[in-house]
Design a protein around this ligand. Structure first.
Ligand SMILES: C[C@H](O)[C@H](O)[C@H]1CNC2=NC(N)=NC(=O)C2=N1
Length: 113
């Protein structure tokens, strides 16, 4: 008899990164910085917009990426900016998945004017 498949597929790229690995990866991105510490440590970037509708368009685009990637950032939304904060709950730290999602958000190239 064969072994039944696991109920959830294994998630790649969810191995917690060391401090050295996080710093190296941050240095390759523009504007992302460390936020918090311990289990709440995250990478964060604030994106600025000229008005609320632009900000909310960005928020919706980020939500679409988050659903596609099954990886959901904390979003802190103000009238003219949104802070995006990624960490990986499963491992209570920062993983390659956080950096992959950060790069996808950066690729949205949101308008700043
Ligand atoms: C069950 C579901 O796949 C997990 O809870 C996913 C969903 N989104 C997630 N988002 C983030 N940021 N970290 C996670 O570990 C995570 N896990």
């Amino acid at each position: 008899m064969s072994t039944p498949p696991p109920t959830t597929p294994p998630k790649p790229l969810r191995q917690v990164l060391s401090a050295t690995q996080v710093i190296a990866a941050l240095s390759k991105l523009d504007g992302w910085k460390l936020h918090g510490d311990g289990a709440d440590v995250a990478i964060e970037k604030t994106f600025a917009f000229k008005n609320y509708l632009r900000t909310m368009s960005f928020v919706n685009a980020v939500a679409y990426i988050a659903e596609q990637q099954d990886h959901h950032p904390e979003l802190l939304v103000h009238y003219g900016n949104c802070s995006v904060r990624f960490n990986t709950h499963d491992v209570q730290g920062i993983t390659q998945t956080d950096f992959a999602c950060a790069a996808l958000v950066d690729a949205l190239q949101p308008p700043t004017t």
